[in-house]
Design a protein around this ligand. Sequence first.
Ligand code: GLC
Length: 803
Amino acid sequence: MRQRGRSVSMDAAYRSLGRADGIRWTPAGVEVEAPPARLAVRFLAPDVVRVEMTPAPEVPEPLPFARTEAEWERPGVAHEERGASLWLASDAMAVEIQSDPVRLVFRDGEGRLLDRDDPESGMGWRYGSVHSFREARPGDRAYGFGEKTGPLDKRGQRMTMWTTDVLPHLPTTDPLYQAIPFYVIWNAGRAHGLFFENTHRTHFDMDREGTGRYHVWSEGGRLVYYLFAGPTFAQVLERYTRLTGRMPLPPRWSLGFQQSRWGYVPQQRVEELARTFRERRIPCDVIYLDIDYMDGYRVFTWDPKRFPDPSGLCRGLKEQGFRVVTIVDPGVKVDSSYPVFREGLEAGHYVEDPAGKPYMGRVWPGEVHFPDFLQERVRRWWGDWHRTLLDAGVAGIWNDMNEPADFRVHDEDRTLPEGTLHRTDEGEVHPHREVHNLYALLMGRATSEALRRMRPQERPFLLTRSGFAGIQRYAAVWTGDNSSWWEHLAMAIPMLLNLGLSGVAFVGADVGGFRDDAEPELYARWVQLGAFTPFFRAHSAHDTRAQEPWTFGPEVEAIARGAIELRYRILPYLYTLFWEAHRTGAPIMRPLVYHFPDDPVAARVQDAFLLGPDLLVAPVLQPQARERMAYLPEGEWVDFWTGEVSRGPAHRVVEAPLERIPLFVRAGAMLPMGPVTQHTGEAGWQELTLLLYPGEAPSHWKTVLYEDDGATPAHEQGVSSRRAMALAVRERHLALDLADPEGSYAPARREVGVEVPFLPGPPRQVLLDGRQLAEGSGFTYETGRGLRLQVPQEGAHRLEVAW
Ligand code: GLC
């Protein structure tokens, strides 16, 4: 891959900030003149500082689309001059601004060093580019950076943010589809984050040469960054997503299993596919239509021969509990008989070449123009065209090729020339090099706003390949064109984990692999892993072997069914995690270090992950493996399949026959589980069972179960149910406290099942709200199946079990 703009380090053209020559205190900050440059440092919140270096007065501000209009609590900030330094301090963070030359040092509320400029090179510029050299400390690990291949910890890597359509991707391939200039540094148990708000091509050299410094530079604009003090990953993510926004709660159906393939034509084949899922009793919620549903790849059309009756198709599928999601690519076919093209042309909606003519690119339809999503009027126009799909009954949209990909350009970028022109609604002109990274974010915004506008009673669902910081506000993200290789199965874990640590919680990789042929065993292992990723979709390219679950023979079909059924069972747990991501920006799929920050071994685990706080997933990532090594962090872990209790920290060899993915529950956890249904809307989906995992040692856990209608935005008005639950375990005794559910949503059930699948021995006493229950009528117990009973849904209840 191309390595542009090698680290400039200290060549003669580089100028770093010099001596401060005048300061001005501002509310919560300070402005420092260091001619020709200016520096502004400001606290947005006690634990968030914004730094802006303008190399010269005429350099424009960053395009603002990554950010939301978040309200910040006003921080109390003290300031003073101390010797040759200026100091700004809140109760969570202090910034020292050394004045000759100007260098920044960040400390936490206790005075511990958080992050600092490299004393020699600091911040500066070189021709039109802006640079930040930062100290890299021994023991730092670097996470985030959006969607990157390679290892979980990016210390020592070099990466570029430039949204790119690339295939195949390899562990060294960079950049990919997403550009998220954000990272989290972990060191000795503490985390802090940095977001570089710059839409130009931006490079991160995370101390590749081992010289003890990081170098971040953008090929234009100002140097603007935000530092988030932490010290937990959760706090960093909460702040970062306050700035760049959070995922709206998606419709519940988009948490189900989804089947896709490039080449599901004609209509009858799609109908047959849906029927096959139901006949074979493999749960599935969504079927995707790839580019072949369109008429000659003209966006917002249907191929009249292959899809003569789109409404009938969507209706028929809906009756069986399927939703249809259609692909929408940005390129508009150049064809004067095609209304979308004509309208766009007449209204001047397209990106232009330097001569002022619509830029002509080449994608699936042949020659195309690209809508200029920088303009609100274009976003609105584009959004309104989705009516053609929604009227037919399409439930969600899939944005692809939105880097944007352009086959006409044959260098590795495969995108529009950098000098192509975009305009704002006010007529200001911005070159593509500045807008490129925002293209998919703006297209996503157009789409998600249109879905909301046209169907205000339904939550929008959008899937995207490309994006920028803030994409989580509009879309779920899949990791693009992977391959049916074991290496890609393994790589999906660090990729998805780092996306989650970049504010994008709703993520997944093509299950089975997009390119090349999946072998049965690979498919089996992939569907087992996919069942625990937030977005769970199987997809494959048109020239690969069939990759539906039943095409690999009965053994793998049964394995896939089992994995997908388990996915449906964990939906109540998963949905609560989605709610948490929506409220706080927390990832759903988390690296072990997220919950075990003081464990240096956990900090480098990238072959396993936590789904929320309570489930540790250790997928099999190698062919022929029937056991694997899993690292269990501190505490007790209950084997989900056998009930065996292991005490961490420890490496353990776990049995993993082909039909089983190694899975551990944190001892003391309460897992809310649903029934196996064929789709998320099937009658009975609101049945709920709490599985209790007391473990052996005393413990006390608290959690909340979140529920709502799963479909409408009513939850934004508080129509939801939040139920606090606590489990206390002491020797041979457990007590479960279920609080009265809060909120105005009442799930359709009278009772909640409670099970202790691995109760260590027969119960001596079972008390519900102080009343003793009798075996047979009040509860059942069987070795191998454990204890089972029902408690009323309404009201607060306390269950005590002694054994
Ligand atoms: C791109 C997408 C892939 C899709 C194909 C055809 O390669 O990443 O998912 O199937 O285009 O639309």
